[in-house]
Structures are given as structure tokens and as C-alpha cells.
Design a protein around this ligand. Structure first.
Ligand code: HEC
Length: 273
């Protein structure tokens, strides 16, 4: 999939770039929301992610990699092999690696230690291909097992606090040709670009809705996107350098958003336009 087509058609230098929708478009928007709502109901009993989640569960149990081991002993924070509810408590500090990890970076650790898989083979892969697709399937399985759980990210460890502060800095850091930060698009209530609503991720309700509904299946392109994929794409929305997959920077942004989402409900995988 060529990335160009997924770029937002932003109008450079226009004051209307970000702001309220002009009234003439309100009807179109209402139509769009209705269509999405209808779609949501249609698939209420069968999220398209279900198939991926099923494949992911198989991959979790299947021996793989140079060590020919499964991931069944992978510790996602609740003990080896515990998947139920684990995603609602991520990211978290892991004493064994001495790092704050999100789901995807933690899975990289498990793949490396248990299966002997070189994390770079995943990091360098293209989205939705090969090892990244494998990762997405595993993610679909794991997050499905936290659907309906309360978001409960433990912020008490000093490393979590440090990571939060880094994430906050990044969230407000302006860069790129338009001098955008994440906060430009996600730091105000009720903001939208063209017809897309943008959650305010600096506060609880928006963060709970935004964080709590990713990873998600995207109806517009029939693709399942992990949170790393979502964040990567928003760096592109920001027109700035691509972040490295599962890098500390991406994890810090996740911690920042997840901390604000705490107490909300995980509705994963989400369904997006
Ligand atoms: C130029 C505006 C813009 C910037 C800057 C931007 N985003 Fe976004 N973001 C969007 C748009 C538009 C969407 C909705 C995309 C879609 O529906 O395809 C979105 C969606 C999201 C979502 C999912 C929200 C939901 O409710 O589904 C998250 C999380 C997010 N962005 C995080 C970030 C982070 C973190 C940054 C900074 C690295 C950032 N964004 C920078 C425009 C932006």
C-alpha cells in the first residue's frame, strides 16, 4: 500500500486547515456518522478483526523461530502466559528488561528470548507484511482478550513517571514544515480536520476514547492497525520524520496517552472509519 494515498489532503497555509466544519458540510458529516454507526451495528457480533485474532491465538501457541518455541510463556505483565486483561495494563515497567514497554515492544522481547527471533526482522519489515503482519495478528489476539476491561496503567514506578514526562514533551514538541505537534491536532476539545473528529488526548475523556479504541480495524482500507502503526501514521500527519518501530519515543507517547486514559474502558479492537 503506497502511503501517499493515506495522507490527509491538508491545505497548506489555510486558516481553515484545522477548525470547525463549515455548515454546508454538516449534513455530509451527519450522513457519514450514520453510515459508520450502521456499520458498527452490522458487525457488532463479528468484528473483522476476529479472524486476525483467531490466527493470532494460533500463532501464540505455535512453535516458531530458531528456537522453535511458542509464545505461551511470554510474560505480558501478569505472569508467564497470562493474556486475559494484560493489554489494559500496558504500557508498564518490566523489571526483567529494566524498561517501560508497550505491547509490541514487549512481544519483541518475548520473540527474541523465547523464540530466538531477531527483533530487527520485525522492526524493519513493512506494515502489514511478513513479520509485521504476524505481529499484528498476535496483537489482535491479545487486545481482544482485554476488550471491556478497565484501563489500569500503573504509573507508580519512577521509570513510568520519567517516560510520561518524555511523552508529554514529545506530544507538545513542534516540528516539520507546518510546525505541528501532536497537541496541534489532539490538544483541544471538539477539534476536527475536515470531517474527522480529533480526540483531545491531553485529557481523560478524549484519551480514554482514543487510546481505549486502538488497535483498530479501519473500514476505509480494510486494514487492522496496531497502536505503533497508528502513532507512525500520525507522525506522518504531522509531516515529520518517521519514528522507529517500538522505539522509546513511540512508547513514551503511548504512556502519555494511556495515563490519561486510566479508568476508561478498553474497547479493543476498535472499529474506525
Ligand atoms: C495534522 C493533524 C495531526 C497531528 C499533528 C497528529 N494527528 Fe493523530 N490523528 C489525526 C487524524 C486526522 C486522526 C484520525 C485518523 C483517521 O481516522 O484516519 C488521528 C488519530 C489519532 C489517534 C487515534 C484516535 C482515535 O480516536 O481513533 C491517536 C491515538 C493519535 N492520532 C495520536 C497522535 C499522536 C501521538 C500524534 C503526535 C505524534 C498525533 N496524533 C499527531 C491527525 C493528527
Amino acid at each position: 500500500m503506497k502511503s501517499k494515498t493515506r495522507f490527509l489532503p491538508l491545505t497548506v497555509g489555510s486558516a481553515l486547515l484545522i477548525g470547525s466544519v463549515v455548515p454546508a458540510l454538516a449534513d455530509a458529516e451527519a450522513e457519514r456518522l450514520k453510515a459508520i454507526e450502521a456499520y458498527r451495528q452490522q458487525i457488532a457480533d463479528g468484528n473483522p478483526s476476529d479472524l486476525l485474532a483467531m490466527e493470532g491465538e494460533e500463532l501464540w501457541r505455535k512453535p516458531y523461530g530458531p528456537k522453535n518455541q511458542s509464545l505461551e510463556k511470554c510474560d505480558l505483565g501478569l505472569g508467564p502466559g497470562v493474556v486475559k486483561g494484560a493489554y489494559a495494563k500496558l504500557p508498564r515497567y518490566f523489571p526483567d528488561t529494566g524498561k517501560v514497554q508497550d505491547l509490541e515492544s514487549r512481544l519483541l522481547t518475548c520473540m527474541e528470548t523465547l523464540q530466538g527471533v531477531d527483533p530487527q526482522t520485525v522492526v524493519k519489515e513493512k506494515w502489514l507484511r511478513g513479520e509485521k503482519l504476524r505481529m499484528a495478528k498476535l496483537v489482535a489476539y491479545i487486545v481482544t482478550q482485554s476488550n471491556g476491561e478497565t484501563i489500569k496503567v500503573d504509573m507508580s514506578h519512577p521509570k513510568m513517571k520519567e517516560t510520561y514526562e518524555l511523552g508529554k514533551k514529545m506530544f507538545f514538541y513542534r516540528a516539520g514544515p507546518f510546525d505541528f505537534s501532536c497537541a496541534t491536532c489532539h490538544g483541544v476539545d471538539g477539534q476536527r480536520i475536515r470531517l474527522q473528529e480529533l480526540p483531545n488526548l491531553t485529557k481523560h475523556p478524549g484519551a480514554a476514547a482514543g487510546w481505549g479504541s486502538w488497535p483498530a480495524y479501519r473500514v476505509s482500507n480494510s486494514q487492522f492497525w496496531t497502536m505503533q502503526h497508528r502513532i507512525w501514521d500520525c507522525f506522518r500527519q504531522q509531516r515529520t520524520a518517521e519514528p522507529i518501530y517500538a522505539s522509546d519515543a513511540t512508547i513514551a507517547l503511548s504512556v502519555y496517552m494511556a495515563a490519561h486514559a486510566n479508568g476508561g474502558v478498553m474497547l479493543t479492537p476498535g472499529i474506525k472509519r
